[in-house]
Ligand binder design. Structure first.
Ligand code: PEP
Ligand code: MN
Length: 355
């Protein structure tokens, strides 16, 4: 996908992050217009609002439907903002395109469904519109890439991704776990694909939006989509995570936007040091495996079992404590040791089976 085009819209500066803001849902004409006015006043150029809302269970607020599109048209006309809404079916697409919506996004429940994504891609064949694909609700990078590929194969080029976190059964501080390594891997796989951070849906709470927005910028993401409502406490959906336009302005003014390239010489030097440490790590691991194989030979000679749990438990707890002293997280050290142990066992099994 080397020929992806930028998702930025005419007249919007391509060199700074794309900022999209607006309420989770369009609720009334009054709410849309007052929110959009306040957001335009703080410099937001792209206004979001969901008119069709995918809800977990029936009976919740499922959006105002098509009438909301005419409110977005007013925003476009009167405030000169670009407008964005979520589409999930060919019918939504037809209506959104007829209403002149400038940017579409695919929700997390939709991008998880290849059938829905193919219908959407087919409905968009031959249409040149910027489209953002949220990650699927479950942490499945291939499914996310698959959804993007379906749009690409239908001829769309102004494609971007939105990282909105991944849902899990357990409760965490986040509404949706960020699992940053997934969007980072997405960037590695499709370097030309812009990635937009969605701190509202990751955090689920107002106070998490600022730190998550900063993290997204620190990861080199290309923009943010943030839910903002003129009266967040009264919002009909996602009330806890919506912020006023004034709060949004405050957050954006505090945001540190990192430069792409700073002092390359220093960076190159640090990278060389990382490379050399990585080489040492590999060498150390190879030496450790060599000893594991010698232990394997010994165990074979004396007909001992490979797995000796107490020894492994002892290694694990000792090393994890050492790592914590050196400012590394216990879960990180545990997973490293587990991986090393697995490989040691595999090598010993190989020796045992050689005979
Ligand atoms: C939304 O953007 O309001 C929305 C429904 O998001 P998601 O698909 O990420 O849950
Ligand atoms: Mn929402």
């Amino acid at each position: 996908m080397t020929d992806l085009a930028s998702i930025t819209l005419p007249g919007i500066d391509n060199t700074s992050p794309l900022m999209i803001a607006g309420p989770c849902s369009a609720e009334s004409e009054q709410q849309i217009i007052t929110t959009a006015q306040a957001l335009a006043a703080v410099g937001i150029r792209v206004f979001r609002a969901g008119v069709w809302k995918p809800r977990t269970k029936p009976g919740g607020f499922e959006g105002v439907g098509s009438v909301g599109l005419s409110w977005l048209q007013r925003v476009r006309r009167e405030m000169g903002m670009y407008t964005a809404t979520e589409v999930a079916t060919p019918q939504h697409i037809e209506e959104a395109l007829n209403a002149g919506i400038d940017l579409l996004w695919i929700g997390a429940r939709t991008s998880a469904s290849p059938f829905a994504m193919q219908l959407i891609a087919d409905a968009l064949r031959g249409v040149d519109i910027p489209i953002l694909v949220k990650n699927p609700v479950n942490p499945d990078l291939e499914l996310w890439i698959g959804a993007i590929e379906r749009l690409y194969n239908a001829g769309l080029r102004r494609i971007g991704a939105i990282h909105r976190g991944f849902s899990s059964y357990e409760t965490h501080i986040y509404r949706n776990e960020p699992q940053w390594y997934i969007p980072i891997e997405l960037r590695r796989r499709i370097p030309t694909l812009p990635i937009i951070g969605d701190p509202s849906h990751i955090g689920g709470r107002r106070e998490l939006i600022a730190p998550l927005a900063q993290e997204a910028m620190d990861m080199g993401f290309n923009g943010l989509i943030i839910e903002s409502h003129i009266a967040p406490d009264t919002a009909l959906s996602d009330a806890m995570q919506q912020i006023t336009p004034a709060m949004l302005q405050e957050i954006l003014s505090q945001l540190v936007i990192r430069n792409e390239v700073v002092n390359t010489e220093l960076l190159n030097d640090l990278r060389r040091r990382i490379d050399s440490l990585d080489n040492e790590l590999i060498d150390l691991l190879a030496r450790r495996m060599h000893i594991s194989r010698e232990i394997g030979l010994y165990k074979r000679e004396y007909n001992m079992p490979i797995l000796q749990t107490h020894r492994y438990d002892e290694i694990l707890s000792k090393r994890v404590a050492q790592a914590v002293d050196l400012h590394m997280s216990p879960s990180f050290m545990k997973s490293i040791l587990q991986a090393i142990h697995e490989e040691s066992v595999r090598q010993q099994v190989e020796i045992l089976n050689k005979k």
